[in-house]
Design a protein. Structure first.
Lengths: 177, 491
């Protein structure tokens, strides 16, 4: 999903003109009143991750299965010279594991980097802060859904990644070096 | 007369017996009559001849005398010839008298006459001889003295002969009367006998014939009764037969009309079958053309399918390229995200870079959006292509099935055409058969008409037979009555 004009309405000439005009226009300052979200559809739910909560996004690599206490642990993967555990975000959110192989790794930096396996990404969205509202549902909050962003006609549940990782650490999941 | 003999034979025998008796009577009568007549005729003839000869002799004697006197009186020598002629005639007559004699007395008389005639002639000749020397009167006197007595003697002899002849004739008449009496008696007796025999024969014959006639009449009556009854039955049967024949004629007429209708229908059917066969042949050609068209359609469909499959493959290739583009867009987006993340981590130094990253991300989003749209279009196209391919394959299968069915239809049509042809042949044969049947029915109708005519004639004949039988019965009754009447009368 994109917040730009519908592609069907664009023509090559319009795109060219817009692109060319972009070079003619003064550089735009960064918009600080938006929240950059990465859409992650899981089990027909529209979840989202804050971009700024991630270290990077990578293409999923080979996961070496290792035993662990967390059912969400998929195994270990070597990412840019770092060996880090890979957890299924789908399982962490309480959904059954998807049979589809993960497509992306959302890498959470820090001292104990963790890779969250994503089966798919619906896209990047910059949502105005006014469209982001906290979630009061205890069930959602129990699943680390603390905010909801209005994206077009739908809502994305913003995953509190820190809370999720804390919970994961509390359960003795990650942080195995 | 036995019963085994026929009626005609019996009648013939009876009539034969009667005829035989009649013939016997006739024969006896004829014999007696012939005898009587013969005897009478001979006797009469002899007697008559004798009397004639005697009279001629008498005449000759008289002529001799006359000629002699004349010759003596006239001294005519020419009278001698006449005298000689008369003498010769007298000799002949005497000879004739002596040819048929019935007794010695008669013979003696004839001899006496002959002798007397000789003496008379001698006497006359002497007188004539002596007359030459004498006078006529002397000659005449001598004639009277010598010749005349001889003449008288001769005439006496002749008269005695005549008398005897008359006496003999009378005696014969008497004897003839006796003979006639006996003949009559015999004839009468014979006639009585014959009549009696005829009566007996008639009675026997009548009785026999009556008995047999009665028996025959009885048979005839019974036969005529039976014949009458049979004729009645025959007449009744003939009427019933005529009625049946009339019904049959009506039925045959209806059958003939029906046969003609069937024949006409068969002709129409044959015509229709011929048209059907022609149409089948035309249809066969049309089907072949259609089959060729179907084959062409199939080939076209196969081409379309192949093209659609090719289009599908190309769509897949487009999809593959689109996947690549989408992957590139996604990767670009991820890179842009990562760039944004790095820019956010760079702080103030990454602000402009975040703008560029944002632009790249937006561009990647657009690419993603366009790829999505393209994907959708490709998917739609692929779906349409698949649907078209499926439809085309379905159509191809349908065309194949249709072609197979068409082939089956062609085979069936050919088979139908063959059957139609066979049917046409059969219909033509049926038409011919129905025509022959109609002809046969017409012949049967004509034959039935002949039979009806014969039946009517039989009926008429039966009626006539009945009438004849009735007449025969009546006739037999009448004959029986007549025979009974005759039998009663004959008793």
């Amino acid at each position: 999903m994109s917040d730009d004009a519908a592609p069907a309405a664009m023509t090559p000439d319009a795109l060219r003109r817009e692109f060319d005009a972009a070079f003619a226009a003064p550089p735009r300052p960064p918009n600080r009143d938006v929240v950059s979200l990465l859409g992650v559809p899981i089990a027909r739910h529209a979840y989202a991750l804050r971009i700024h909560g991630l270290a990077r996004l990578e293409v999923a690599r080979r996961i070496v299965p290792v035993p662990g206490r967390s059912p969400a642990l998929l195994g270990l993967a070597g990412l840019r010279g770092q060996l880090m555990p890979v957890f299924s975000l789908t399982v962490l959110l309480g959904h059954p594991r998807d049979a589809q192989a993960p497509r992306w790794f959302a890498v959470q930096g820090g001292e104990a980097p963790v890779a969250l396996a994503l089966e798919s990404c619906s896209g990047f969205q910059s949502v105005p802060r006014a469209d982001v509202s906290p979630v009061e549902d205890p069930a959602l909050r129990a699943r680390h859904i603390t905010e909801a962003a209005r994206v077009g006609p739908s809502h994305w549940w913003i995953i509190d990644l820190a809370s999720l990782l804390q919970d994961l650490a509390a359960k003795g999941g990650p942080a195995t070096r | 007369m036995t019963g085994s003999q026929t009626f005609g034979r019996k009648l013939a025998k009876g009539f034969g017996a009667t005829l035989a008796l009649t013939l016997l009577l006739g024969a006896v009568s004829l014999t007696l009559l012939h005898r009587t007549i013969t005897m009478s005729a001979d006797l009469v003839e002899d007697t008559t001849q004798d009397l004639i000869d005697a009279e001629k002799l008498q005449t000759a004697v008289d002529r001799i005398a006359t000629e002699g006197r004349t010759s003596l009186a006239n001294r005519d020598p020419r009278r001698a010839q006449a005298i000689a002629t008369a003498h010769e005639e007298a000799v002949v007559l005497v000879t004739s008298l002596g040819r048929i004699v019935h007794s010695e007395e008669e013979r003696g008389q004839v001899d006496a006459i002959r002798k007397a005639e000789l003496e008379y002639r001698d006497a006359l000749n002497r007188v004539l001889e002596s007359s030459k020397d004498r006078s006529a009167e002397a000659s005449l006197k001598m004639f009277e003295d010598e010749v005349q007595p001889k003449r008288d003697v001769l005439e006496q002899k002749i008269a005695a002969f005549l008398d005897r002849e008359f006496r003999s004739f009378d005696a014969w008449k008497r004897s003839t009367a006796d003979a006639d009496f006996w003949a009559y008696a015999i004839l009468l007796s014979l006639m009585a006998l014959i009549v009696f025999a005829a009566v007996v024969v008639s009675v026997v014959l009548v009785r026999t014939l009556t008995r047999e006639l009665n028996a025959a009449i009885q048979n005839v009556q019974s036969s005529s009764s039976e014949l009458e009854a049979s004729a009645n039955q025959q007449a009744t049967g003939a009427k019933e037969a005529a009625t049946a024949v009339s019904e049959i004629t009506t039925t045959i007429s209806e059958l003939l009309a029906s046969s003609k209708q069937i024949s006409e229908s068969a002709q129409r059917v044959a015509q229709i079958a011929g048209e059907t066969a022609t149409g089948a042949r035309a249809g066969d050609q049309t089907i072949q053309k259609a089959q060729e068209l179907v084959g062409g359609i199939k080939r076209q469909v196969d081409v379309i399918v192949n093209q659609m499959l090719d289009l599908g493959r190309k769509s897949q290739r487009i999809g593959g390229v689109l996947e690549i583009i989408n992957e590139l867009a996604e990767q670009t987006n991820i890179l842009a995200i990562n760039a944004t993340i790095e820019a956010a981590g760079a702080g103030e130094y990454g602000k402009r870079f975040s703008v560029v990253a944002e632009e790249i991300r937006r561009l990647a989003d657009r690419v993603g959006g366009f790829t999505k749209e393209i994907r959708e279009l490709v998917e739609e196209t692929r779906a349409a292509v698949n649907a078209t391919v499926m439809a085309t394959e379905s159509g191809s299968k349908a065309v194949d099935a249709g072609e197979r069915q068409f082939s089956d239809v062609t085979s069936s049509f050919k088979h139908i055409a063959g059957l139609v042809s066979t049917t046409s042949e059969a219909v033509r044969e049926i038409e011919l058969s129905t025509r022959q049947q109609a002809t046969a029915v017409e012949q049967v109708n004509a034959a039935i008409a002949d039979v009806a005519q014969a039946t009517r004639e039989t009926e008429a004949s039966a009626s006539q037979t009945l009438q004849t039988a009735t007449q025969l019965t009546t006739l037999s009754r009448n004959l029986s009555a007549l025979v009974k009447t005759s039998s009663n009368g004959s008793r």
